[in-house]
Design a protein around this ligand. Sequence first.
Ligand code: NAD
Length: 312
Amino acid sequence: MNVLVTGGAGFIGRWVVKRLLDDGQYVWVLDDLSNGEESNIAEFKTHPGFQQFVHGDIKDEIALNQLFEHKFDVCYHLGASINVQDSIDDPRTTFNNDTLGTFYVLEQCRKHKVKIVFMSTCMVYDRCLDETGITEAHPIKPASPYAGAKIAAENMVLSYFYAYDLPAVVVRPFNTYGPFQKFGGEGGVVAIFIKKKLKGETLYIYGEGTQTRDLLYVDDCARFVVEAGYSNKVDGHIVNAGLGYDISVNDLAKLIVGDESRIEHVEHIHPQSEIQKLLCNSSKAKQLLGWEPKISLDSGLKLTEEWIKTIL
Ligand SMILES: NC(=O)c1ccc[n+]([C@@H]2O[C@H](COP(=O)([O-])OP(=O)(O)OC[C@H]3O[C@@H](n4cnc5c(N)ncnc54)[C@H](O)[C@@H]3O)[C@@H](O)[C@H]2O)c1
């Protein structure tokens, strides 16, 4: 298949590209490098399936028009502003990239009849109230402009399924971690904590640290996303993926650093947008795609630490 991955030079995008190439697909990548790195996909450039890296913006309709001449079978749309805190400080950028940008990508998919896999997020959900976890029927809550922009984009994607019969699926992976995630201030919690552990620095937790996260290893996430593009059973659906186990940020910090004296609590920057409990129920992904996570939290943390050690 000919496949486009927007945001393919980013953290999860890099793993989606890898899996698609391993599966024998022909892959194009579009990324504006606002948060991705070309070096993330450098190793794939000589792969016979790798077709082209386009340094461009999903909001550039002229560039998108040219790119879609390649007659894609599937568009994996991951390109987005991903930071909850940034979206509160600067909602315009997130709205423009995540909602408007998705609209432009969707219009191309409609014109060329290309299946779209839209990468949404667990951050659209309201807090989880029990141990059965969050199914796709769980209430949503736009607690941040990031969540609001993703929900708006999700609705547009599904409207194209109903109005134009466009093959389209919305995927909502839970918090994803692993090699290639940034570990500076803008990175993910796991990467930041592991880096601080390795450098002998203090781990800072915003707020009380009782909020829980369901942490999905990135290769499990990429396998889920890629499979959603291959199967027509999920068209018109929203599908979750997570580990099915949640851990509080306090316990995660202890698990990573061991020594509690190296953990400090600081005031939350935007407590109003925090989601207290996120626990995924992935039974729909199992039923429709046969997908289940394979990497436990312990193994995933080890793999991530090994990778961070190689580049620190
Ligand atoms: N990391 C997570 O825990 C997580 C969980 C669920 C969903 N997601 C979603 O997965 C996708 C990938 O996230 P990630 O964690 O890999 O983040 P990332 O920032 O590494 O990836 C996003 C990529 O999109 C690119 N991009 C941003 N705006 C663009 C634009 N206007 N045009 C072209 N490219 C643009 C960035 O440069 C980056 O490479 C996002 O849609 C995100 O919302 C992430």
